[in-house]
Design a binder for this molecule. Sequence first.
Ligand code: ATP
Ligand code: MG
Length: 144
Amino acid sequence: MFKTIIAAYDGSDHAKKAVEMACDVARRYEATLHIVHTPQVPGETMMVGYSAVPLPPSAEELEKAGEEAIGKAKAVAAENGIAEPVTHVRPGDPGRTIVEYAKTNEADLIVMGRRGLGNFGAMLVGSVTHKVSQLAECAVLTVK
Ligand SMILES: Nc1ncnc2c1ncn2[C@@H]1O[C@H](COP(=O)(O)OP(=O)(O)OP(=O)(O)O)[C@@H](O)[C@H]1O
Ligand SMILES: [Mg+2]
């Protein structure tokens, strides 16, 4: 049933649990595990008159953040029995990136945290999980 599984990793503990669970499912189904990460770097701001204008992060900053995060995700996968996951790092909108990658690779399952790095306690699920649950064509497993 599950041949291609995607774990979405944002560096949070929630996402770490998602990678762990994705590894478990991948091992049981002998599926290929893909890990998708969209680097998000807090941009600096520039003062224009009296207002702070956000500056987009540089390509180098994004690449460095992406490599660091995917390295951590790969280490979690290795600890959980998946030595060589396929990895995909792409800056942009995380929800859209995950959904499009899942479509392109004909994934059967996306595993993600119910929450992530954001900290709005009032929300039950984060915005990325909300978006992916709505737009994905395959099953989505949200990990608490
Ligand atoms: N940049 C990202 N790259 C890859 N996966 C992500 C990314 N951001 C979130 N995810 C996935 O989505 C899950 C939920 O994160 P989400 O961003 O929806 O919640 P949040 O950070 O708590 O809330 P919000 O970002 O809306 O403030 C994460 O555990 C992770 O699996
Ligand atoms: Mg988030």
